[in-house]
Design a protein around this ligand. Structure first.
Ligand code: FAD
Length: 405
């Protein structure tokens, strides 16, 4: 029945790897890898680039996340990085000429205890000092924004208030990957799918290419953007990254009529929810505490998350859950990413985004492309160098991470 669809114009090419190799090979065709390729070509004129993806473009965490975008992180370094990304999001659909369904519907982070509220006040003040929009709302204001939220005093964890970032919101995850992919391809980047990197070839201490299930692909620079598989990549050159790979789950309900026009997150009860344009309630969990590379998680986490959502929104108690799934998130001890060159010449890593890297997709690619092109960190990426784990300059963003881990 779909045979008449077969002549659709291809959005990007399907090239075979060049025998002579590339200036830069990016391992990982998720949003971050594709954004990196796009900015390498667009801002640094480096188009002799291949993105090598073991599955299909955007099929990793990019396609599995709950699409929340915000920049209200506590510490300057993180706030600047995520705000850089937010500013890129704000013009990205026009720039890529692709409908990213970017919707600045606002993000609420609820407070249920006095300590939650103190942390919220501190974070919002820090955000405002950095020029990032944010407000502290009281219970009444929260109730006005989200009438269906149980703000009564009878709730097990009554809502005492919230932080509110009006410019936060959601975007269409696949579209971001596809938009960057199409634009990168149009500038000459090779997008090579169904090709797994199995080794990193070095000569005289410098990278010379990657080994794949389709043979050696030569490259002067290799940039690994492989999220939950980054530890596996580092292992190929005998490096250990301070990362843990955990399952992180999300779920969607059956579609319902428009009922929730903002994003509601609660760290304390632990669950968060928004409504997609299709009508599904998109619900996110905390990480599964065990380590693993399976893109699925355990049932108790689903159950706990559903209990939290129903506690906050009793009105959702009869809505049916349609699907649950999981991704593999790469969490760092300080809940911040690693954007870094390495002691091996020509080898770079961009990982550790853990539970919160979707919002950073354009910013991450933008600063990483600079780091690769100039062989030195973009000023916004500098604090996120791998050196911080030896210098001690950690940036503890657990409080603002939004997802328990
Ligand atoms: P990915 O999209 O995972 O891309 C990495 C790619 O590398 C994959 O496609 C993989 O196949 C490929 N790869 C790995 N190893 C190899 C190899 N050896 N050879 C070739 N290719 C390889 N973030 C937010 O900001 N907001 C949210 O609401 C949010 N919710 C989330 C909910 C869930 C359930 C999950 C799992 C994550 C969530 N995140 C969220 C985090 C976010 O999804 C990630 O931080 C982000 O998408 C990472 O993008 P990426 O491009 O680095 O990784």
């Amino acid at each position: 029945a779909l045979s008449h669809h077969e002549n659709w114009q291809k959005v990007w090419r399907n090239p075979t790897p060049k025998h002579e190799g590339y200036e830069v090979v990016i391992v990982g065709g998720g949003g971050h890898g594709l954004a990196t390729a796009y900015y390498l070509a667009k801002e640094h004129g480096i188009t002799n680039v291949a993105v090598i993806e073991k599955g299909y473009l955007g099929g990793g965490n990019t396609a599995r996340n709950t699409t929340i975008v915000r920049s209200n992180y506590l510490w300057d370094e993180a706030a600047w990085l995520y705000e850089h990304s937010m500013k890129l999001w704000e013009g990205l659909a026009q720039e890529l000429n692709y409908n990213l369904m970017f919707s600045q519907r606002g993000v609420l982070n609820l407070g249920h205890t006095l300590q939650d509220m103190r942390d919220i006040e501190r974070r919002v003040n820090a955000n405002r000092l950095n020029g990032i929009d944010g407000e502290v709302l009281n219970t009444k204001q929260v109730q006005e924004l989200v009438p269906i939220l149980d703000c009564s005093k009878n709730a097990r964890y009554p809502v005492l208030g919230a932080s509110w970032q009006p410019r936060g919101g959601t975007a269409r995850h696949d579209a971001v990957a596809w938009g960057f992919a199409r634009a990168a391809d149009a500038m000459g980047v090779h997008l090579i799918q169904q090709t797994e990197v199995t080794g990193i070839r070095r000569e005289n201490g410098a990278v010379v290419g990657v080994e794949t299930n389709r043979g050696l692909i030569k490259a002067r620079k290799v940039a690994c953007v492989t999220a939950g598989n980054s530890g596996v990549m580092a292992n190929m050159v005998g490096m250990k990254l301070p990362l843990e790979s955990h399952p992180l789950q999300a779920m969607v309900s059956e579609p319902v009529k428009p009922i929730l026009d903002t994003v509601v997150m609660s760290n304390h009860v632990h669950g968060y929810v928004s409504q997609s344009d299709k009508g599904d309630l998109v619900i996110g969990a905390g990480i599964d505490s065990y380590l693993g590379y399976g893109q699925r998680g355990s049932f108790p986490v689903v159950e706990h998350t559903m209990a939290a959502i129903v506690e906050m929104f009793p009105i959702f108690s009869r809505v049916r859950l349609n699907r649950t799934w999981g991704g593999i998130v790469d969490t760092c001890p300080d809940a911040c990413p690693i954007i870094s060159n390495t002691p091996i010449k020509g080898l770079y890593f961009n990982c550790g985004w853990g539970t919160g890297g979707f919002k950073a997709t354009p910013g991450s690619g933008n600063v990483f492309a600079h780091t690769i092109a100039h062989d030195e960190p973009h000023p916004l990426a500098k604090p996120f160098s791998i050196d911080r784990f030896t210098s001690g300059h950690l940036i503890d963003e657990h409080g603002a991470a939004g997802v328990a881990h």
